[in-house]
Write a protein that binds this ligand. Sequence first.
Ligand code: NAP
Length: 251
Amino acid sequence: MSAASKHIVVTGASRGIGRAVAVACGARGWRVVVNYARDAEAAQDTVRAAIAAGGQALAVQADVSDEAQTRALFAAADAAYGPLDGFVANAGIVAPVGRFLDMDAARWRRLFEVNVVGLMVSTQEAARRMVLSRGGPGGSVVLISSAAARLGSPDMYVDYAASKGAVDTLTLGLGRELCADGVRVNGVRPGIIDTDIHAAAGEPDRAARMAPGLPMRRAGRAEEVAEAVAFLLSDASSYMTGAILDVTGGR
Ligand code: NAP
């Protein structure tokens, strides 16, 4: 991987953790492709923040659950910034809090289409570009999981937790399958981070409500997750692959 200005693609970077990752990449002088699904204005705001931090940035719309759009995202990244050095599979969704007994299969399909299949298609596109055996520069992939993968999220969203369990397993497998071909794959498991995602689960104040019961007595900030991601993207983590970092304030 080139040491100077890395080219990084981040999915779901219009808001929350992905936005913070894009800005952290900008602060390192890297070139970042800011993917988003729906919110073009928020994505442009991320682009401005990443540039203000010292990098280059470009917004590209693609719903990661749409295979054609996802493959086109990487073609756009190729055209803008050339060889790829790193990829962050961050785009992810939850569904309203509920009990397993009351859920339907349409909900499960949507969760797995975005959190698992979308993550796999986008990671495959990134890896095909970076592996040494296909003429790539080598690189680093970071898969965003969740503490839910090891907690199971009973009475909340066991389906979301299961999708993140799949992400952890992919980290273990791909971290070992691709490392001899120049690509490291690691994971980050955020805990309770104060972003918009909790509103989508029907609990906009979840971070504040959970804070007193967390080991650090506070929720995390997206920027605190982004620093761990930037470390895994960087050459400072050169001997790490197949590892999963908890950024959970001890949860
Ligand atoms: P967020 O604030 O809801 O932001 C989600 C981002 O993903 C937005 O930029 C959104 O783009 C994008 N996105 C959603 N669906 C997409 C799709 N189908 N294709 C492409 N982009 C899509 O979420 P967050 O809290 O930052 O979460 C980011 C990741 O961290 C997720 O994988 C989540 O599971 C994980 N995580 C979060 C927490 C937490 O407490 N916040 C904890 C553990 C793990 P648009 O707005 O443009 O649609």
